[in-house]
Design a protein around this ligand. Sequence first.
Ligand code: ATP
Ligand code: MG
Length: 568
Amino acid sequence: MKMSNLYLPTLKETPAEAEVPSHQLMLRAGMMRTLTAGIYTYLPLGWRVIRKVEDIVRQAMNESGAQELLMPIIHTAELWKESGRWEKFGPLMIKFQDRKGRDYCLGPTHEEVITALVRGEIRSYKDLPVNLYQIQTKVRDEIRPRFGVMRGREFIMKDAYSFDRDYEGLDRSYRAMYDAYMKAFTNCGLEVRAVEADTGAMGGSESHEFMVLAEVGEDRIAFCDSCSYAANVEKAVAGEREVSGSEEMKEMEEVHTPGQKTIEEVSEFLGVDPAKTIKSLALLADGEPVLVLVAGDDQLNEVKLANYLAANELTPVADEDFEKYFSSTPGFIGPVGLEGIRVLADLRVKDIVNGVAGANKTDYHLINVNPGRDFIVDEYLDLRIVKEGDPCPKCDGKLEIKSGIEVGHIFKLGTKYSESMEATYLDENGKEQFIVMGCYGIGISRLVAAAIEQNHDEKGIIWPKAIAPYQVIILALGDDEEVVKVTEELYQELTARGVETLLDDRKERPGVKFNDADLIGIPLRITVGARSLKNNTIEARVRRTGEEIQLELENTVDKIIEILDRIE
Ligand code: ATP
Ligand code: MG
């Protein structure tokens, strides 16, 4: 492609709307433009990258035996009501009516549509297993669209759905997807870590997320520093911490703690270690009051709690409702003497001896509080967010916490949708069985942003070769006749040899050309200027390493291809 013809509106300044490098660079490099928050047009350069990623993903999917199809973006409300998700998906779904007043939504995901499809067509065990996928635009009215295509309201996803006779079959389908995903990400030139993921309140037996580690990632991941344990913090469990020594239980006492409400204030005021205070959280789980206790130096993991309670919604009790639900007072709530309330506690609370808790009375706390003696916990379970340095649950190592961008997600669904939507098959004995399902997503457009987060410098993008929009960019410096001739020849020959090549033949200053080449991140740059041509040489420069190579003008294209072959 000649850049004089390319629709490539690069920007010198960083647009104010963009906070993170990938978003800034996608705008500056002329890859995309914003229509409105979370909704974008892909310009030619950006679209080429998207298509490359799609092709790599498509190939890995096809090799795994999955088959591509294309489902509609417009879904009927009836289908979503059948699965029970019309309400559950809530405001994340864009809903509308047609001229006859019938309800529809724009598909945020396709379990309903695919299940409705196969239930009409898969009849016998002989039709299974099957894995069907599509690459398509999804619509989710995200509460906080941000970081450009990283969290869009309209985005491109590859979604696959597997159908098996039984759970062993599902295990095989799941494994095949896991391997296909690893291959696809590696082939895109990305470094991706698979981590255990939460399966949610709705069951599902196993799930992994594929994470690109990056500072701007919205997910937090716990890694063991010595074994392979890695899990989303939503799901991560820590090993037992050592409990130091044994201490005699002392008599419980009420102390005056005027205005001291938070754990920090109370532990400072009383001079006790926050780990010895009991943090009491008054919550409503789908409207039911529950008191949740964690050690003062821990944070409640709401995902774990919601899963355990099978609750859709957890909300803190408003100050004015404390009296009504808990006969207590905000800032001074505690488990001692609270009646008729379900009390759940994290396992670490069990080890607290002579702890501190709210006295359920304004401006008072209790000291020397002991679980079991002074109050009863209905259920102890793992409810805390793991922290950097916590023991690994699998070995003697310690957990580290890093940020990651979720680019893929695989999930064993089991019979959740086949039961609610009655997708069955007849087994060898003619008996009706529910189809066992899995679902598998890759965020194609998010992956492009994640690739930029992992591969850029202060000058611009550094594309991994596999997903670069072009592999080589030739800069023609000046309009010297010889320069025009040599660059044109190189361009024609490289293109004929199958190398995707850009020729910067624009009437621009060299500085502009150098900057744009760096900004759009083409892996190999070839510079041709009148001065070096006099010495019969041109210059090659590798974008990633900055390595510069002088090439004599002889078998030049072979030499360029050789250099290109060793670039990642
Ligand atoms: P997140 O937790 O980031 O909101 P999710 O878990 O809801 O994502 P899935 O339903 O698992 O997303 O979708 C499959 C994949 O689609 C995700 O792994 C992610 O890569 C991509 N994806 C999901 N939501 C968005 C979005 N709003 N913008 C871009 N990509 C997205
Ligand atoms: Mg997910």
